[in-house]
Design a protein around this ligand. Structure first.
Ligand SMILES: *Cc1c(COP(=O)(O)O)cnc(C)c1O
Length: 376
């Protein structure tokens, strides 16, 4: 919570929840990444927060952009990025979207199977491709499952197929899982990547790039390592597995770039109990899973919540959103400690909400408007 955000909220007059994001924090985060991983190009993962002000700031600082759709590519270009600074990093693309990206000048595409390689070869002839490999996501609070990537043993064939079809087999990518609190999580994937580099070289294909993905955490309730520790651990693993043949590297931070730059202000709508004897209070906010806090799914991300009663005694509460949907309960399995003196009508601040909030907010579910966003 920065002084600028506090000042903004003091003067705010409109009603309803909102997310306020401080660009100074994004600038600091960008410099921290650039400093911790000095020989690595930064591709900001646009999906984390595509606010035009965020993209324009990052473009002016020299960032590149990892995009998931043609609309995100257009946003990055509108913010001032040139197409050589844009990667189409989604492994699931319609062929006509690949063609549109190619028309816009994008030359870097992610693939994880031969069918996707064939689409890229037809719609973006001669482009660079990198093959995404599966990563188990252990140690991540928001793991990315098996949806993206192929087993490392298959990647060489996928890249060779690309090479045969006239594409440039450029490298390997992976994502160690979002909110990854283990700085060593990159090691296993880098071992696999170096094996793929060797196998490709044996087939006469010289890969050049390793895309280290995102996963860098933001601070919620638990402590997380500093970005320098990630940089050091990644550098050690790169040296261990690649020796003197260091590849080009890129990172794709999303959460770590914008998470701690944003704060949501919300209001307590109701506090109740399910029976007279019930110890646990139910606290209903004017924001929930459908209003932008989707990452509370399975209670994965636990946001810090500040109130004007902090410092006083706390009791366990179930925390829920305002919609008429029974899934709109954020913390129940592990109740959330909130001040005894919290009252209906109080404002609360939900910290670390600059990433994966505004874009997850439903458009008109139950008649609630999408989460308002202010970038200052
Ligand atoms: C979502 C995503 C990212 C960003 O991940 P964070 O954990 O938010 O840093 C990076 N790369 C790809 C391909 C992604 O899909």
């Amino acid at each position: 919570m920065t002084a600028r955000i506090r000042e903004f909220l003091r003067n705010r007059r409109d009603d309803g929840p909102c997310m306020v994001l401080d660009l100074d924090v994004v600038r600091d985060n960008y410099h921290a990444f650039a400093h911790a991983l000095p020989d690595t190009r930064v591709f900001y993962a646009v999906k984390a927060n595509p606010a035009p002000e965020v993209l324009a700031l990052l473009a002016s600082l020299g960032s590149c952009f990892d995009t998931a759709s043609v609309a995100e590519i257009e946003m990055a270009l509108a913010a001032g990025a040139t197409p050589d600074r844009v990667s189409f990093g989604n492994t699931i693309k319609k062929e006509r979207d690949i063609a549109r990206a190619f028309e816009l000048g994008v030359r870097l595409f992610a693939v994880d199977c031969k069918a996707e390689v064939e689409k890229v070869a037809r719609a973006a002839p001669g482009a660079q491709v990198f093959c995404r490999i599966l990563c188990d996501g252990a140690g991540a609070e928001w793991p990315l499952s098996r949806k993206f990537g192929c087993v490392p043993e298959m990647a060489t064939d996928v890249l060779e197929h690309a090479h045969r079809l006239g594409l440039e087999a450029y490298g390997v990518s992976f994502h160690v899982g979002s909110q990854q609190r283990n700085t060593g999580a990159w090691d296993q994937a880098l071992a696999s990547a170096s094996a793929i580099f060797r196998e490709c070289a044996e087939r006469g294909i010289h890969l050049r790039m390793v895309n280290l993905g995102g996963g860098f955490p933001t601070k919620y309730l638990k402590k997380v390592p500093e970005v320098e520790s990630y940089g050091e651990a990644i550098f050690r693993s790169l040296s261990r597995h690649f020796g003197n043949r260091m590849p080009e590297t890129i990172i794709e931070p999303g959460r770590g770039m914008v998470g701690n730059a944003g704060v949501i202000e919300s209001e307590v709508v109701l506090i109740s109990r399910k029976s007279e004897e019930d110890e646990v209070r139910w606290v209903y906010l004017d924001i929930g899973k459908f209003g932008g806090l989707a990452e509370t799914m399975d209670e994965a991300i636990r946001y810090p919540i500040r109130t004007r009663h902090d410092g006083g005694p706390k009791t366990p509460c179930v925390l829920a959103g305002p919609t008429c949907d029974s899934a709109d309960v954020m913390y129940e399995k592990e109740p959330y400690l909130l001040p005894v003196s919290l009252q209906i009508g109080d404002k609360v601040l939900i910290e670390g909400t600059g990433a994966y909030t505004t874009t997850y907010s439903a458009v008109a579910f139950n008649g609630f408007p999408p989460l308002r966003s202010y970038v200052i």
